[in-house]
Design a protein around this ligand. Structure first.
Ligand SMILES: C[S@@+](CC[C@H](N)C(=O)[O-])C[C@H]1O[C@@H](n2cnc3c(N)ncnc32)[C@H](O)[C@@H]1O
Length: 261
């Protein structure tokens, strides 16, 4: 079996443009069938009916994507995006400054506007998000303080989408990372995590990246062992099996966990 994709592999081989085109493009994005519907609806619920909101949301492992922040910008005064890779942070900054070379998210921005039904159009929504993302920072899951040397003030809400199973090689590491991340959250604050189960790989173009194949019970156990209280857990099966050769996940998960006071 191939060894787990290292940070160096990500630095050298992760191409954000290819990732965006392959997974999120309007024409044939692999994640458009199930994933974006699952995450965008759950995020909207969480920040409206679910009552999660506040001053600051920190997105851990933002990658080159902004879809996960589209509802959050209505519920928080400030969003901090963060990723390990400079090429991903550059892609986010491009979108924030409305660079013509940035990825076109209009199809998903329209989708969120339709779900939210608050009368905003894609342009207004984009402006709200651009005004709310105040920083794009470097983070590294493998550091006890992932923002070292910066010590982040604890936030109301930590969000992470499709990051930990791709950067933690085993359940022990995954659990240690959950413990470390708790220091970034205020007591009584939330960790919202979205990801995939039973995934062992995904391709970006010709490059293959590994994944830790998570099981539902192990995932929930890791949260309990790390001292969080799970307030909500949602699982949904993958329905589109036409792209299994690009990534082999079989289910999607969302966990809303609280850091005890
Ligand atoms: C599959 S992408 C997910 C991107 C985005 N959040 C999404 O929802 O599509 C995996 C992300 O994990 C990040 N990553 C890889 N190694 C990391 C590390 N050591 N620390 C933090 N993030 C890391 C990558 O840079 C990449 O952005």
């Amino acid at each position: 079996m191939a060894s787990f994709s290292t940070p160096q592999v990500y630095i050298e081989q992760f191409n954000p443009k290819e990732y965006l085109q392959e997974y999120y493009s309007e024409e044939d994005g692999v994640l458009l069938a199930d994933w974006v519907d699952f995450t965008l609806r759950n995020l909207n619920d969480t920040f409206t009916k679910g009552g999660v909101g506040g001053n600051t949301l920190l997105d851990f492992g933002t990658g080159p994507t902004i879809y996960q922040l589209l509802s959050a910008c209505e519920a928080f005064d400030k969003i901090i995006a963060s990723d390990f890779l400079e090429q991903n942070r550059a892609e986010i900054r491009k979108w924030l400054r409305n660079d013509p070379d940035a990825f076109d998210w209009t199809h998903l921005i329209n989708f969120v506007c339709d779900v939210e039904k608050n009368g905003d159009d894609a342009e207004q929504k984009s402006e709200t998000l651009r005004n709310t993302v105040k920083q794009v920072m470097k983070c590294d899951v493998h550091k006890k303080n992932p923002y070292d040397p910066i010590v982040m003030p604890p936030v109301d809400c930590l969000l992470s989408c499709l990051c930990l199973e791709f950067s933690c090689k085993d359940m022990y590491t995954f659990t240690e990372v959950l413990k470390n991340l708790q220091a970034l959250i205020k007591p009584g604050g939330y960790f919202l995590i979205f990801g995939v189960l039973s995934c062992s790989f995904y391709y970006v173009g010709e490059k293959r990246f590994t994944s830790l194949p998570l099981k539902q019970e192990e995932l929930e156990m890791a949260f309990y062992k790390s001292g969080y209280v799970i307030e909500k857990n949602v699982y949904a099966p993958r329905t589109d099996m036409s792209t299994l050769e690009i990534s082999d996940f079989d289910n999607m998960y969302y966990i809303r966990a609280k850091k005890p006071k």
